[in-house]
Ligand binder design. Structure first.
Ligand SMILES: [Zn+2]
Ligand SMILES: [Zn+2]
Length: 760
């Protein structure tokens, strides 16, 4: 790992132990040579991992004895660029407390300086052009250090010793304010620029500013008109916006914050943390309409910190700002000054640029705390490109991921390196971002793939991309098998496990849509032991935006015809209902699906919570919210049965009947939603029980987007553990399709390893 202050740490540790030798950043990792008494060398090696600075991650220590050279001093050697290069690249890290203190101290030469950093903090992945990680290989190469900065950079005792992005107001990057339609500003101090930004925000304006990994759009989250205007301009109707606040006190005034959530807010990755909003929170309704959670993050750079300081001096209320990705709807986040002014022209009233180039776009990360543990939802800034240790051979593999929430993954030397979140591969811009990331990561990690792993869905752009690559061994991986393998890879599980893969959509080996799967799986193969009983999905993809379609399908499947109650007539316009009913009855333009995601949609529509949605998963989020507002400790599950074999069908028609009866009896939505969640947990427990009895498996991996639902995840974990299962869920990569590429990579590596083994 480079750029995390490891060499100065080793230097100081060796000197403290009175050892001679040197430390060197080599492309294969850090190389340390020490010379001294055997006992002292032993103490040094023991201390090496245990006292390491916060950003250091030591994957492995290998030792070799060499002849005594008679060195008397310890030194840091320049980087050695020779050899077959492979070094891990650190992620971008939020500003550290010491640097914040520097920028807040009027006597410090970095007072108010937005680009302050040190070996413990600041940009890394977003500014690195190539390895070995040195200033010349970053976008900071354009700035020559002044004498003061150079002195710090060369002083092993200094916090900025070998801090590659080291900078100060004299020699480093600076802010540039542009207000379209206004005369060009003279160069201004950061303070003056951010004061002006504060005024624009206070007057309800929208500001685009260049953050760590890309542009962010900001407006005052307490002004309804400003937030609604941002939604209108960004073409984003209901998907929640994240907010940024100055500190934990403000976060707690708006949301409930547990100790684990508090720690996550302050973690050096500085992700957006999904928190439950207080009913009386002083935030515009349009921040996260109809959603009890709000994504909150704290300032992650000195620039954000400085802005909040200025706002606090000048505003009456503590500022809460929308802080959302600078892009148009689902396109990649914008990183370039000119690109920002062009693409965000219709959105932002002002632009805060700076002249440090962002080389790699990295969006803000999103996590949720479930059962006291961080669960990634979007893995990007602060986390990428941290590797996952696979320990599965030396194969170099490219895994292309899925279509939604795409990430790619490369493997090398036993590591899997998942990319940052790239987005939905639905437009040209995101596909370009995918190709750009592949090219850059291949260079950075010196990976030359010999095999490519891809999803079986022929319509995915990632699959089509994989199949266009020449001369590579092709390994197609079933979507839900990849989900389970990603969870196994995180926990380094070998052998066969019970895999519960529940999500919205995945292409099955029988060319139907899967998504409520119980697999007996290892890395090589899987058996589809059980599934949710398939229903017909009418009209393909539009089914995702219109939960009422799948609700009608469940009604038809359960009752043989759609009941004539006026309630069911109100789900959509009469002519559309007729068209969909006819499609379902005649099985025209329909496809069978076992999707658990669609089951959530159906139930949300059946109980009148939501008939159409503006983003995938919205109905499920609302169902979870309704269930969590149910006050009773536990809700009685509805009934279900099992039918068929190979695979077994989980037949939920009894539950649908009971839900309809509950709706007829005017039962409240929260109670029905809570009982629905209890039913799903009971289904999972029952099927896993059967699988244990029949297959002698007792480890369960829970994966797929449905397990972002805290009630489902916590309920399943608790029930299964109480029944003696070992249960694994996601901590490193998302349970949703963002985690697929890791699973594909693990499967491909194991298959290649297996082939070699069979040849021997
Ligand atoms: Zn720092
Ligand atoms: Zn300087």
């Amino acid at each position: 790992m480079q750029g995390v202050g490891f060499r100065p740490y080793v230097y100081n540790l060796a000197r403290r132990h009175g050892l001679a030798g040197f430390v060197l950043n080599s492309p294969r990792g850090v190389f340390i040579e020490v010379e001294g008494a055997a006992k002292t060398v032993e103490a040094f090696v023991t201390a090496l991992p245990s006292e390491a600075p916060p950003l250091v991650r030591i994957a492995e220590i290998r030792r070799t004895a060499i002849p005594v050279l008679g060195d008397s001093a310890f030194s840091i050697h320049e980087s050695d660029a020779a050899g077959s290069a492979f070094a891990l690249v650190p992620p971008d890290i939020c500003v550290c407390d010491a640097c914040v203190a520097d920028t807040r101290d009027p006597a410090n030469r970095r007072y108010d300086y937005p680009f302050t950093n040190c070996t413990n903090c600041g940009p890394r992945y977003s500014i690195i052009l190539d390895v070995p990680y040195d200033r010349t290989m970053t976008t900071m190469a354009e700035f020559a250090m002044c004498e003061d900065c150079l002195r710090e950079y060369r002083d092993p005792e200094n916090r900025r010793f070998h801090a590659q992005p080291n900078a100060c107001p004299v020699c480093g990057p600076r802010l540039i304010l542009v207000e379209p339609g206004q005369p060009a500003h003279e160069p201004q101090t950061s303070h003056a620029i951010l004061q002006r930004v504060g005024d624009i925000l206070r007057d309800g304006g929208i500001v685009a500013w260049k953050g760590l990994g890309g542009y962010q759009l900001a407006c005052d989250a307490r002004q309804p008109a400003a937030v609604e205007e941002l939604r209108r301009r960004k073409h984003r109707s209901e998907k929640p916006f994240a907010i940024m606040v100055a500190d934990a006190e403000v976060a707690e005034s708006l949301c409930f914050v547990s100790p684990e959530e508090h720690a996550a807010l302050f973690s050096r990755e500085r992700p957006i943390v999904l928190l439950r909003r207080r009913p009386d929170a002083d935030l515009a309704e349009a921040v996260s309409p109809g959603n009890p959670a709000t994504g909150v993050m704290l300032p992650c750079t000195p620039m954000h910190d400085l802005l909040f300081r200025i706002l606090r001096e000048r505003w009456d209320a503590d500022p809460a700002l929308i802080m959302t990705s600078g892009n148009i709807s689902e396109e990649p986040i914008v990183i370039d000054n000119a690109e920002a002014e062009q693409r965000l022209a219709g959105i932002a009233d002002a632009f805060v640029h700076h002249n440090r180039r962002i080389h790699t776009r990295v969006d803000d990360s999103v996590i949720r705390i479930v059962s006291g543990q961080a669960m990634p939802i979007r893995r990007a800034r602060g986390y990428a490109p941290q590797p996952v240790w696979l320990g599965r051979g030396e194969s170099e593999v490219l895994a292309c991921g899925a279509q939604q929430k795409n990430t790619l993954c490369l493997t090398r030397a036993g590591f899997a390196i998942p990319s940052q979140h790239l987005g939905d591969l639905e437009n040209f811009e995101t596909l370009t971002f995918f190709e750009e990331t592949l090219e850059r990561m291949s260079r950075l990690f010196h990976v030359t793939p010999t095999a490519v792993a891809y999803d079986l869905h022929p319509g995915y752009l990632s699959t089509q991309f994989a199949l266009r690559l020449p001369n590579l061994r092709r390994i197609g991986v079933q979507h839900h098998h990849a989900h389970i393998a990603s969870c196994m890879a995180e926990h380094q599980l070998d052998g066969r496990v019970i895999g519960v893969a529940w999500d919205g959509t995945g292409f099955g080996t029988d060319s139907t849509i899967w998504g409520g799967e119980f697999l007996a799986a290892d890395y090589i193969a899987f058996d589809r032991y059980a599934r949710l009983r398939p229903v017909l999905l009418a009209g393909g993809d539009s089914g995702v935006r219109e939960p009422w379609r799948v609700a009608r399908s469940y009604l038809l499947d359960t009752f043989g015809s759609i009941p004539s109650d006026p309630r069911w007539a109100a789900m959509a316009a009469p002519d559309r209902l007729r068209v969909v009913d006819t499609m379902l009855q005649r099985r025209v333009n329909t496809i069978p699906t076992s999707s658990a995601g669609r089951l959530f949609d159906a139930v949300a529509s059946l109980i009148g919570l939501r008939h159409t949605v503006s983003f995938e998963g919205q109905a499920a989020i609302m169902l979870e919210a309704a269930a969590s507002s149910y006050s009773a400790v536990s809700a009685t599950p509805y009934d279900f049965t099992f039918t068929g074999s190979g695979p077994i069908d989980v037949d939920l028609r009894p539950m649908i009947r009971q839900i309809v009866a509950d709706v007829d009896a005017s039962q409240l939505q929260p109670r029905i939603a809570a009982r629905f969640h209890s039913t799903l947990v009971a289904v999972i427990a029952a099927v896993c029980g059967h699988m244990r009895d029949e297959l002698q498996l007792s480890r369960v991996c829970l994966s797929g987007g449905c397990f972002q639902n805290a009630i489902l995840l916590e309920g399943s974990i608790k029930t299964l553990r109480a029944d003696g299962f070992d249960v694994f869920s996601h901590r490193e990569v998302p349970a949703n399709d963002g985690g697929i590429s890791l699973g594909q990579a693990a499967i491909a590596c194991e298959q290649l390893r297996n082939e070699v083994r069979n040849q021997i």
